[in-house]
Ligand binder design. Structure first.
Ligand code: HEC
Ligand code: HEC
Length: 512
C-alpha cells in the first residue's frame, strides 16, 4: 500500500517535472484576457483564431494562436515557442507588418499575463510538448575571410531559390510561395535586414534558418548545415545588407557635365549621392493599400541649364511588364481578388508603374500640396510611367477625380535586373509657365510606386511623404570653375600691370 502511494507520488512528480508547463495562474490568464480583448482581439480574434475583420486587409495576416505556428521561436523546428519567445514578440512587435511593438505601452506584467492567455488558445501548451527548451547559440564573431564559404553554403542549400541570387527576395519560386493559411508570402529581402520579422542580429539570423519559421515555407536547416558553416552563412547573409538606412529628406540635384543623355542609364548618375525614402501604403483615400509590395525607393538627380533628370531605383520581387496600369484605374476599398488566395497574385493583370509628383507651380514658402494627387487649389504635376509600355507622360492632378494628361514631353529610361527596377525621368528645366526648378532652391517632391503583382493600380499604391529636391547651384559644382575664374582675373590684372609698366618705361625712355 505504502509502495503504491510512493509509486503514484513518483509518477505525479515526474509527470509534473516532465511537463513543467509554464501556464501562469488562473488570475494571470484572467487579467491577460482583459487586456487581450481590448488591445489584440480586433486583429487576432476574440478566440485567438485570427477570425477578425482586420484579417481580410492585412498581409501577413494576424497570427492564429490556435495553430501552434510561431515565426519567432528559439526552439527546434516544429516545436512551440518558449514563454520568453512570445513575450519578446509582444514587446518588440514584427517590423514591416501590422503587429505593433507593445513595449512602453503595456507593462511587463501585462505582457506576461497576455502570454499566458495566448497560450490558453492552444491545448498543445498543456501537453507533453508544451514547454520546449531553447536551442543553445554559441555566437561567433563576424569574420570576413569566410564570406566565400558562406556564399557556397547559401548556394548548396538553395537559399537563392526563394531569396534570389543576391538575396533581394526575388528567387525563382518567390512568386508562388504560400503560408500555412493559404495566403501569398514573400521571401525576406536580405539586402534590407531591418525588415526581418523576428529581429536581425547575427544570432537572430542563425536562429531563423536553424529553427525555421513555422507557418511559412522557410524550412529549418538544423539537420543539414554544420555549426561552422552556419556562422559562415550568417556572415554572408549579414554582408548582403547595410545597417538601417539613413533615411533622408532631401534629394540633392548635382550639376551634370554636358548634355544629359538618359540612354546611358544609371551610369549618368555614378558619382551622385542617392537618398533613400520609405514607401508606405496609401491608406487615406479609397483604394487603400494595406500591404504595399514595395517598401523603399532610392532617388538621385542631376541637371544642367536645359534639363533635369531623376533616377529612381527600388527592389521588386517580380517585373510585371504585361497587363496595364493607370493613375485613374479603379481600385475598390477591399480587393476581392486578394481575398481568394487561389486567384490572388496572378501575374499579368496589372503592370508595375512609378510616378514622381511635384507642385504644378512654384510654391510660396514652405507650403506643400495636398499629398495625394493634388487638389483644386494646389494642382500637381505627375510624371508617370506604366512599365508595361515604353512611354511616360506628365499629368496634372487636381484631386483623384481630376487627373489630365498634358502635352509636355517626358523622356524615360527603364530597366529591370535581378530584383531591381531602375527608372530615369528627364524633362525641360525651367518648364514653360509651370514649376521653375531654380538653382539653389528647394522644390517639394513625393514618389508613388505601384506593384502590379500585388494588384496595385490607380489610388491603390505605395507612396512616400513629401520631401524636397534641392538644386545645388551649377557654378559651385566643381572647384575648378571658380579657381579658373580667379586665376584668369589674376592673370589679366598681372598682364595689365606688366603692360602698364612697359608702357611707362617706354614713355620715360622716349621722354629721356
Ligand atoms: C493591427 C493588428 C494587430 C494587433 C492590434 C496585434 N497584432 Fe499581434 N500580430 C499581428 C500580425 C499581422 C502578426 C503576424 C506577423 C507576421 O506573421 O509576420 C502578429 C503576430 C503576433 C504574434 C506572433 C509572433 C510569432 O512568433 O509568430 C504574437 C505573439 C502577437 N502577435 C501578439 C499580440 C498581442 C499580445 C497583441 C495585443 C497586445 C497583438 N498581437 C496585437 C497583428 C496585430
Ligand atoms: C522555400 C523558400 C525558402 C528557402 C529555400 C529559404 N527561405 Fe528564408 N524565407 C522564406 C520566406 C517566405 C521568408 C519570409 C517569412 C516571413 O515573412 O515571415 C523567409 C525569411 C528569411 C529570413 C528573415 C527572417 C525574419 O525574421 O523575417 C532569413 C534570415 C532567411 N529567410 C534566411 C534563409 C537562408 C539563409 C536560407 C538558406 C539556408 C533560406 N532562408 C532559405 C523562404 C525561404
Amino acid at each position: 500500500m505504502k509502495r503504491l502511494a510512493l509509486l503514484t507520488a513518483f509518477f505525479v512528480l515526474s509527470a509534473s517535472t516532465l511537463f513543467a508547463q509554464d501556464l501562469g495562474t488562473e488570475a494571470q490568464r484572467a487579467e491577460g484576457k482583459v487586456v487581450y480583448d481590448q488591445k489584440c482581439a480586433h486583429c487576432h480574434g476574440y478566440n485567438g483564431d485570427a477570425e477578425s475583420v482586420a484579417t481580410a486587409y492585412l498581409r501577413p495576416t494576424p497570427r492564429d494562436f490556435t495553430s501552434g505556428n510561431y515565426k519567432f521561436r528559439s526552439t527546434a523546428s516544429g516545436e512551440l515557442p518558449t514563454t520568453e519567445d512570445i513575450k519578446r514578440s509582444i514587446r518588440d512587435g514584427m517590423p514591416y507588418t501590422s503587429m505593433p511593438a507593445w513595449q512602453g505601452i503595456l507593462s511587463e506584467s501585462d505582457i506576461t499575463n497576455l502570454t499566458y492567455y495566448i497560450k490558453s488558445f492552444d491545448q498543445m501548451f498543456n501537453g507533453p510538448y508544451g514547454s520546449p527548451e531553447a536551442i543553445t547559440i554559441n555566437s561567433q564573431a563576424y569574420d570576413e575571410s569566410r564570406l566565400a564559404r558562406g556564399r557556397e553554403v547559401f548556394e548548396a542549400n538553395q537559399c537563392a531559390d526563394c531569396h534570389g541570387e543576391n538575396g533581394r527576395g526575388n528567387g525563382e519560386s518567390a512568386a508562388e510561395l504560400m503560408d500555412d493559411w493559404g495566403y501569398p508570402i514573400r521571401p525576406a529581402d536580405m539586402t534590407k535586414r531591418w525588415t526581418f520579422r523576428a529581429s536581425a542580429t547575427r544570432e537572430d539570423i542563425y536562429r531563423t534558418f536553424t529553427t525555421g519559421l513555422n507557418g511559412t515555407p522557410m524550412p529549418s536547416y538544423q539537420q543539414t548545415i554544420e555549426e561552422d558553416d552556419r556562422w559562415a552563412l550568417v556572415d554572408y547573409v549579414w554582408s548582403l545588407s547595410r545597417d538601417e538606412p539613413d533615411y533622408g529628406t532631401v534629394v540633392t540635384a548635382q550639376g551634370a557635365s554636358g548634355a544629359i543623355d538618359i540612354s546611358q542609364g544609371p551610369a549618368l548618375f555614378e558619382n551622385v549621392p542617392g537618398t533613400y525614402f520609405p514607401i508606405v501604403g496609401q491608406l487615406i483615400e479609397p483604394g487603400r493599400a494595406f500591404y504595399p509590395g514595395v517598401n523603399g525607393v532610392e532617388v538621385k538627380a542631376i541637371y544642367n541649364q536645359d534639363d533635369i533628370a531623376f533616377l529612381l531605383t527600388w527592389n521588386d520581387m517580380t517585373a510585371e511588364t504585361s497587363g496595364s496600369n493607370g493613375l485613374t484605374m479603379e481600385a475598390p476599398l477591399f480587393d476581392p481578388s486578394m481575398a481568394d488566395s487561389a486567384a490572388a497574385d496572378t501575374a499579368g493583370t496589372y503592370s508595375d508603374a512609378v510616378a514622381l509628383l511635384l507642385p504644378a507651380e512654384t510654391m510660396a514658402g514652405v507650403e506643400k500640396p495636398y499629398f495625394m494627387f493634388g487638389d483644386s487649389k494646389n494642382p500637381m504635376d505627375i510624371w508617370y510611367t506604366d512599365l508595361a509600355t515604353d512611354n511616360a507622360g506628365v499629368f496634372v492632378g487636381r484631386g483623384i477625380s481630376n487627373i489630365q494628361e498634358t502635352e509636355q514631353t517626358l523622356e524615360r529610361y527603364a530597366n529591370y535586373d535581378d530584383g531591381v527596377w531602375t527608372v530615369i525621368f528627364k524633362r525641360k528645366r525651367p518648364m514653360d509657365g509651370g514649376l521653375s526648378f531654380d538653382e539653389g532652391t528647394f522644390v517639394p517632391i513625393t514618389f508613388s510606386v505601384w506593384d502590379g503583382f500585388n494588384h496595385e493600380r490607380g489610388n491603390k499604391r505605395g507612396l512616400s511623404a513629401w520631401y524636397h529636391v534641392y538644386l545645388s547651384p551649377l557654378e559651385t559644382q566643381s572647384a575648378a570653375g571658380p579657381m579658373l575664374k580667379w586665376g584668369l582675373i589674376t592673370l589679366l590684372v598681372e598682364l595689365a600691370l606688366i603692360g602698364f609698366i612697359r608702357w611707362r618705361n617706354k614713355k620715360e625712355a622716349v621722354a629721356a
